[in-house]
Design a protein around this ligand. Structure first.
Ligand SMILES: C[S@@+](CC[C@H](N)C(=O)[O-])C[C@H]1O[C@@H](n2cnc3c(N)ncnc32)[C@H](O)[C@@H]1O
Length: 407
C-alpha cells in the first residue's frame, strides 16, 4: 500500500492541494507556441488532475481552444480531493442559477468534461470564456436534473477501489482516466506532488506530449534522469530559479516561510524548486550557452572558487569539477561535472549528458571527509585535497561538448 499510504498522508496534510496560477501556465505555454504555433493544432489535450470548474489549466485551454486549434479538451476532477469544487476564485459556477432547489453549484463527486468546440453560445457576437461558462452551466443543469449531457459526466472509478490496482473516481490511475489518456495527444497539469513518479510513468512520456509541474529534485530520480539523458524529457522554459506562488485551500495550515492572504481572504504559499518537466520543444532549449574559455574563467570569473584556480579533476571519475554553470569552460572538450541546475540551460545541440554523479561515481575508500556538509547522500564525486583527504562535491550532472567540439 505504498502509494495509498503516502497519498492518505498527503491528503491528510493537504499537501497535494496547490493550485497553479494562470500567469505561470500562460508563460510556459507561450514558450511552446512561440517555438511552434501549431504545436497543439488538431490535438486532444487531457488535464487529468484538474477540476474543470476550478482549474486555471482548464480556463487557459478553454480560452485558447480556437486559436490553438484544439480537437478536444478533456479535464477530470478527483473525488477524494478534500476541496473538490470549493475553492478557487475561477469557479465557473459562481452562483446557483438554474440549479434544482436544494442543490449546490458544487458537484460532489469526480467528473469529466469533454469540450469539442467553443462557439458563441451566449450569442453576444463574441467567443470568449463566458461562452464556456454558459455552456457548462447549462450542461450542469442537465445532469443535475438527471438528463444526459454530451460534455459533462460523472466518473465512476474502478469497482471496489483498493488504492493499489483499483482506484477511486478521477484517480489518474483508474481505468476511466487511463482510457482518456490513451485517446490524448497531450497531457498537461500540475499533478499531485506526492505521486510525481507514478504520474510521469503513467503519462507514457515516449508516447505523447506532456508538460507537468514538479520539484527540481525529481531530476535525480532513477526513473527520471535516464529520460533526460535520452532527450525524452527536459526542463520547461519559464521557471528556472526562485519560487512560485500557489493558491492553497482555506484550511491549509500556513507553516511555510512565504505565504500571504489576499484581500479576498484567499491563501497562497510560495513553493521553492518548482520546474516544468516536458517533452514539448521551446526556444531556450536550442540556444547554446555563451561561455568563456578556461583561461578567461581563471582570470575573470566572478566566482572566488574559479578565479585564480585550476579546474580540478575528480579522484573517482574522469571529469573536471565545474562548480557553477556560468564557469563551464567553452574550450574544454572532455567530461565535466556541473551543477544539476545546468539542465535549465541545457541545449542538446551544444552538450551531451553522460550521467549523474551518484550513478557513475566509482567507490572511494580510505579517506577523510573534510566537510560535514558533504557527508550525506550516497556516492558522489570527490576531489583530492591531500593525502587520504578528499572533498566531496554536491550532486553533479556529467556533460561534454557534442562531438568533443569546443565551438
Ligand atoms: C498540486 S494540485 C494541482 C491542481 C491543479 N492541477 C492545478 O494546477 O491547479 C494536484 C491535484 O491533484 C489531485 N489529486 C491527488 N491525487 C490524485 C490522484 N491520485 N489522481 C488524480 N488527481 C489527484 C489533488 O486533489 C489536487 O487537486
Amino acid at each position: 500500500m505504498a502509494n495509498s499510504g503516502s497519498l492518505t498522508q498527503a491528503r491528510n496534510d493537504k499537501k497535494d492541494e496547490f493550485y497553479t496560477q494562470l500567469a505561470d501556465i500562460e508563460k510556459e505555454m507561450n514558450a511552446y507556441i512561440e517555438y511552434d504555433a501549431n504545436v497543439f493544432r488538431g490535438k486532444t489535450v487531457l488535464l487529468p488532475a484538474d477540476d474543470p470548474f476550478e482549474s486555471n489549466f482548464f480556463k487557459f485551454f478553454a480560452l485558447h481552444f480556437n486559436d490553438y486549434g484544439l480537437k478536444k479538451l478533456i479535464a477530470t476532477s478527483y473525488d477524494p480531493s478534500p476541496i473538490v469544487n470549493t475553492q478557487l476564485e475561477l469557479s465557473l459556477f459562481g452562483d446557483d442559477d438554474g440549479l434544482k432547489e436544494g442543490t449546490s453549484s458544487k458537484l460532489s463527486t469526480a467528473y469529466k468534461i469533454e469540450l469539442m468546440d467553443v462557439s458563441d453560445f451566449d450569442e453576444d457576437g463574441r467567443i470568449n470564456i463566458t461562452d464556456v461558462q454558459e455552456r457548462l452551466r447549462s450542461e450542469r443543469v442537465k445532469i443535475d436534473h438527471g438528463k444526459p449531457s454530451k460534455m459533462l459526466s460523472y466518473l465512476e472509478g474502478d469497482a471496489d477501489p483498493d488504492g493499489e490496482t483499483r482506484f477511486s473516481p478521477g484517480d489518474f490511475r483508474s481505468a476511466e482516466v487511463s482510457a482518456l489518456r490513451d485517446e490524448s495527444d497531450v497531457v498537461i497539469t500540475n499533478p499531485p506532488f506526492s505521486l510525481f513518479r507514478d504520474f510521469l510513468e503513467w503519462i507514457e512520456p515516449e508516447k505523447r506530449l506532456f508538460s507537468i509541474i514538479g520539484n527540481v529534485n525529481a531530476i535525480t530520480y532513477k526513473s527520471v534522469f535516464p529520460l533526460i539523458m535520452k532527450n525524452v524529457l527536459w526542463m520547461g522554459e519559464s521557471i528556472h530559479s526562485g519560487d512560485r506562488e500557489f493558491k492553497v485551500p482555506d484550511t491549509y495550515p500556513l507553516k511555510s516561510a512565504g505565504w500571504r492572504v489576499d484581500d479576498k481572504g484567499n491563501k497562497y504559499i510560495r513553493v521553492k524548486g518548482v520546474r516544468w518537466f516536458t517533452n514539448i520543444n521551446h526556444g531556450r532549449r536550442h540556444q547554446p550557452l555563451s561561455l568563456m574559455t578556461m583561461a578567461d574563467n581563471k582570470m575573470f570569473s566572478k566566482h572566488k572558487e574559479v578565479m585564480g584556480h585550476d579546474y580540478q579533476s575528480y579522484a573517482n571519475y574522469p571529469a573536471i569539477e565545474v562548480p557553477y554553470t556560468d564557469a563551464i569552460p567553452g574550450d574544454y572538450a572532455g567530461a565535466m561535472g556541473v551543477p544539476i541546475t545546468f539542465l535549465d540551460k541545457y541545449s542538446p545541440e551544444q552538450f551531451e549528458i553522460l550521467g549523474l554523479s551518484n550513478a557513475v561515481a566509482k567507490p572511494i575508500t580510505n579517506f577523510v571527509e573534510d566537510d560535514a556538509v558533504y557527508s550525506k547522500g550516497g556516492p558522489q564525486f570527490y576531489i583530492k585535497d591531500g593525502p587520504k583527504k578528499y572533498r566531496r562535491t554536491y550532486g553533479r550532472v556529467v556533460i561534454k561538448r557534442v562531438d568533443g567540439s569546443t565551438r
